[in-house]
Design a protein around this ligand. Sequence first.
Ligand SMILES: CC(C)(COP(=O)(O)OP(=O)(O)OC[C@H]1O[C@@H](n2cnc3c(N)ncnc32)[C@H](O)[C@@H]1OP(=O)(O)O)[C@@H](O)C(=O)NCCC(=O)NCCS
Length: 198
Amino acid sequence: MEYQITHYDLEQGALEIQYIEEFFGEFPRKKTAAEIIRRLQRRAHLILLASAPLPDDPGLVVPVSFKVAHEIKIDETEPKLADLVARLRDYVAFDRRRVLYTWIGGTRRDWRGQGHFRALTEQQEWWAIEQGFDEIVVKTKNRFYEMRGTLDHLRFEVVKYERNTTDNAESKVYLSKKLAPELIRTHRSAKTVVQVPV
Ligand SMILES: CC(C)(COP(=O)(O)OP(=O)(O)OC[C@H]1O[C@@H](n2cnc3c(N)ncnc32)[C@H](O)[C@@H]1OP(=O)(O)O)[C@@H](O)C(=O)NCCC(=O)NCCS
């Protein structure tokens, strides 16, 4: 199977992400395009979507999986990001290193387990290495079992566990993957990548 991946620019990508998030019943607070633009503008970022045919109308290709990432730096001033970096700084080295944070991502239910998220992850890693990033970090929760299982398969390592004392299912788990050019050799998804706009 050849995965179809689109690398979007900020404006169009933000709209695509807002659209695809509508299909995720499990996300309590969906991101708006304006919120996505606010977060990503003026920082290095990557918006990737995978598309696939509708099973009952194979002529129609729709977005099925997405991954949005941006750089985080030690001197973040935006409160949410400053808080994130403060929680990570003893676990992830920022000094003279570039760190990419995978902010949001997922695969629509009907297309799960078909390798779309792996294909996006491999493309993200390729791009990040090309851009000179040293590490990719991601945050999830204990109760997001599918995501934890997937990150395990994708060889992310837990770097921090933040216990929620009232409900352990809500505890936060921070994972990371160190980047090196050799990583590319482990990639296995065949894919076509299109940049939009061209
Ligand atoms: C997690 C999620 C993104 C996986 O997407 P996907 O497109 O189904 O993933 P893929 O098919 O590309 O699978 C990637 C790898 O993870 C594994 N995997 C996928 N789903 C899994 C699961 N539920 N449990 C364990 N492993 C899983 C696959 O076997 C594959 O490993 P392999 O390539 O070594 O065989 C998708 O299930 C999802 O969107 N879940 C909801 C998202 C969520 O909970 N978000 C909360 C915020 S973090």
